[in-house]
Each structure stands twice: as structure tokens, then as C-alpha cells.
Design a protein around this ligand. Structure first.
Ligand code: UDP
Length: 452
């Protein structure tokens, strides 16, 4: 990755301002930079990657004038926020590209935009520039979005009252059923479908780069190839190819020393990612269940991740004491190191796609507790396709938590899941090595961009 080839054209990257999306986009940027491309990152006013620009020497960062303030995210909700962000950013992005073309000469090889930053497509069309979509989520979600983009909200709600329809498999994509399509917990359905339509519209993009691996999602990838009619490049997992940007919140490395003192495969690692929030009651039930399981646990509790409290400090003293006897709590963990640590035997995850890839890459089986949207699809794949974990559904209750932890870490069933996870780990390793599917796909997209 260190080598830097002869100078090539400029790649304009347009990530979403959310860590789970920014990280793989920047990893792709690093891979392309090492091939000699100049990299310009276009961002909004919050969650700016440029705050960790030391991780990207040589990259150029620009801020779009008209991007929405973060406060609007809470007011509008995620789906409407994305729709508005695209509306308000289109004109200023066009202005920026016009300016860049004037200043730098015509050196733009390609605009690579996160699938949710579809406003970028208008500038690509206006200035006749090549564009490529970058998907940071799984291919099954891409498929599910294309399917949802064709649905009518009112009709769908009526159709879904029929249990036969709920169980129906979507377009031969077993085991994806209509009831698995992510629709709940994201606001009004017509807005969800509107966003799906916009994101599913490939505009003038000539390819899709996707952070997944052929061996994990071959049928969804074939579906995409056939339906979109443009090349699809599954180049993941990108964290195995390039290092991530420095984290905005400092990672607490002391947990590695704590892990060093635990028995092999005994620890359950718990993290719900960088966005999800939990109710206090749920956190308390988890705390009891984890302690009752008698397994050691490493728990990430982000500031702000427990609704209505300042964090673990505000929980009752009794819980505090109990948790500190068996567990270790951090505000942010070095997740890649943690998952790769021999003491870790399982991952309690919200099933964000990055976490899923990182867990599989280390052969760690999972307890899935998805919150919304695509996380539920990822959990379905973990449980029903790859069979390397299981879902905790319904209310979190201490008894269920205790049983789940034992099932994963102690029981025979969990051992089977770990065995399958280890097989996938080897497949992922092979995919990013010379001659592997992701390695070749990255090579192909680089060659393609060199011709632009
Ligand atoms: N992460 C981390 N330490 C933590 C929590 C999260 O390094 O304590 C990283 C994790 O490795 C992953 C990302 O944050 O790369 C979370 O992305 P994901 O797609 O799993 O979930 P999101 O935060 O987007 O919901």
C-alpha cells in the first residue's frame, strides 16, 4: 500500500458524513492514492474527515457551502435529512466542480460518490465527467433498495397484511423474504421509498464499487450485475486492504491489557457502533444478563449512547459494582485489535456492515441485536445464510441475555458458529490476496480509472 505510482488524474470522493460510511470511502481513497491518483475529498460541515487529515497526507479537502447543519438531522430524521441534504448540496457541488475544472485544468478522472450522495450525479452529467457509485453497505441491501424503489407505500402496507406475502421470497433471492425488507423505524414509508428510488437511480454512473466480498454475497452480486447493466466491483473488506482514518474519539487501549489477562475465547465483546442508542432499561437488563452469564465481557458504552443519561456513570451503584467485577467498560475500543484478540470468543453487535465484515475477518461469531434498516438484513445473513450467529429478538431481558452469551461462548451450537466463522475468515483472507476476487476487482477498477 505504501508504493505511490506515477502521477495520474484526480479522483473526487464524496462520502456521507457518518463514520461507518466515511471510513471505507477513505480506505478506498488510500488505495487509489497509492496508485498515483490525486484525491480530493468533498465534505459537509460536520463529521469532517479533514479533522483527521494527518491520516491522509497528500489528500485535498474541501467543504461544501450549502450542506445542512447536523442539528437538522435530529429535527428531520435520517431519511428526510438525506433527501434534503441532496437537494441543498447539488448546486454548490456543481459550482465547486466548475471551479476545480478551471483551476486545475481538466484533471478529474472520476467522481466517486457514496450511493446516498446522489446529488453528485448531476455535476457528473453537466460536465460530462465519469462517475462511479460507492456502496459501503452489503450487496443484499443494494438489492433490497432496488426492490423497495419499485414499491408503492400504500399498496405495500396492504399487501403485507397477508402472511403469505410476508413470507414470500424476493425475486429468487433466497432467503430474503418480503418481510425482511427494511422499512420500519425509519419514518414515513413514502419517504423511505422516495430515498430508495433516488439511490437506486444509477444516473450516468459507469460502475458500482462495493465494500463486500464475492464469497459472501454471490447471488445478490449477480442480481446487481444483471439488473444494473454496469460492472460491479466487490473489493471488500476494505479494512483488510487499507488502514482506517484516526478515530475522532480516542480509542481506549487499556482494554487490550485487560484482554491479555482473560482466557482464550472467553470474552464477549459488545458494541452497538457509532450511532445507535439504547434505553436505560435495556442497558440494565444487559448488565444483569452479562454478569449472570459468568463470562468476562468488554463493553463499549459511547457517551450519549444511553438515552436520557450521561453514560454508564449515571447507572445505579449496584450495577456499576457488578459490571466492574466481571466486565471492562470503555467509551471507544480499538475494534479491529479487539476482534483479533485470542481472548475474544463472540461479538454482541448491532450489525452495522463494517462491524460485520470486521468480525467475519477475524472469525468471530455474533449475537445480533440490530436496531434498524440494513442492520436487520445483515443480521438475517449472519443467522440464515452464513450461520455464524443468531438474532436476539423482542425485548432484552436478563435471562435471554445470559442464555444468548452461554449459547455463543460455551455451548456446542456456538462452537459450530465459530467453526463456520473461521472458514469464512480464511476465505476473506484469500479474497484480498494476490489473485483473490477482491484483489482482482480492485485491480480492475484501478485499471478502469487509469483510462479516464
Ligand atoms: N468502532 C470502533 N470502536 C468502537 C466502536 C466502533 O473502532 O468502540 C468502529 C468499528 O470498527 C466500525 C465502525 O466504528 O468500523 C462502526 O461502523 P458500523 O458500520 O459497524 O456501524 P455504524 O457506526 O455505522 O452504525
Amino acid at each position: 500500500m505504501e508504493k505511490r505510482e506515477a502521477k495520474r488524474g484526480r479522483i473526487v470522493l464524496v462520502p456521507i458524513p457518518a463514520q461507518g460510511h466515511v471510513t471505507p470511502m477513505m480506505q478506498l481513497g488510500k488505495a487509489l492514492y497509492s496508485e498515483g491518483f490525486s484525491i480530493t475529498v468533498v465534505e459537509g460541515h460536520f463529521n469532517q474527515v479533514s479533522s483527521s487529515s494527518q491520516s491522509f497526507p497528500g489528500f485535498h479537502f474541501v467543504t461544501l457551502k450549502e450542506s445542512l447543519p447536523e442539528s437538522e438531522l435530529e429535527r428531520l430524521g435520517g431519511i428526510e435529512f438525506m433527501i434534503m441534504l441532496n437537494k441543498t448540496s447539488e448546486a454548490s457541488f456543481k459550482d465547486y466542480i466548475a471551479q476545480l475544472l478551471l483551476q486545475q485544468g481538466n484533471d478529474i478522472s472520476c467522481i466517486i460518490y457514496d450511493e446516498y450522495m446522489y446529488f453528485s450525479g448531476a455535476a457528473a452529467k453537466e460536465f460530462n465527467l465519469p462517475s462511479v457509485i460507492f456502496s459501503t453497505q452489503c450487496a443484499t441491501n443494494y438489492v433490497s433498495r432496488c426492490i423497495r424503489s419499485k414499491l408503492n407505500a400504500d399498496k405495500f402496507l396492504v399487501d403485507m397484511e397477508d402472511p403469505g406475502m410476508q413470507e414470500k421470497v424476493v425475486e429468487n433471492l433466497y432467503p430474503l423474504r418480503y418481510k425482511d425488507l427494511p422499512i420500519s423505524g425509519m419514518g414515513p414509508l413514502e419517504h423511505v421509498f422516495e430515498l430508495c428510488r433516488e439511490v437506486a437511480n444509477k444516473r450516468t454512473a459507469s460502475a458500482v464499487i462495493i465494500n463486500t466480498v464475492s464469497c459472501l454475497e454471490s447471488s445478490s452480486l449477480s442480481w446487481m450485475k444483471q439488473k444494473l447493466g454496469i460492472p460491479i466491483y466487490p473489493i471488500g473488506p476494505l479494512h483488510m486492504t487499507a488502514s482506517p482514518p484516526a478515530s475522532i474519539i480516542e480509542e481506549d487501549m487499556s482494554c487490550i491489557e485487560w484482554l491479555n489477562k482473560q482466557k482464550p475465547r472467553s470474552v464477549i465483546y459488545i458494541s452497538v457502533g457509532t450511532v445507535a442508542q439504547m434505553e436505560t432499561k435495556e442497558v440494565l437488563e444487559m448488565a444483569w444478563g452479562l454478569c449472570n452469564s459468568n463470562q468476562p465481557f468488554l463493553w463499549v458504552i459511547r457517551p450519549g449512547s444511553i438515552l436520557g443519561t450521561n453514560g454508564i456513570e449515571s447507572l445505579p451503584d449496584e450495577v456499576h459494582k457488578m459490571v466492574s467485577e466481571r466486565g471492562y467498560i470503555v467509551k471507544r475500543a480499538p475494534q479491529l485489535e479487539v476482534l483479533g484478540h485470542p481472548a475474544v470468543g463472540g461479538f454482541w453487535s448491532h450489525c452495522g456492515w463494517n462491524s460485520v465484515l470486521e468480525s467475519i475477518a477475524e472469525g468471530v461469531p455474533m449475537i445480533c441485536r440490530p436496531f434498524h434498516g440494513e442492520q436487520k438484513l445483515n443480521a438475517m445473513c449472519i443467522e440464515r445464510v452464513w450461520r455464524i450467529g443468531f438474532q436476539m429478538e423482542g425485548k432484552v431481558d436478563r435471562g435471554e441475555v445470559e442464555r444468548a452469551v452461554k449459547k455463543l461462548i460455551v455451548d456446542e451450537e456456538g462452537a459450530g458458529m465459530q467453526e463456520r466463522a473461521l472458514v469464512l475468515k480464511e476465505k476473506l483472507k484469500a479474497s484480498v490476496k494476490s489473485g483473490g476476487t477482491s484483489y482482482n476487482a480492485l485491480d480492475e477498477i484501478v485499471e478502469y480509472l487509469k483510462t479516464k
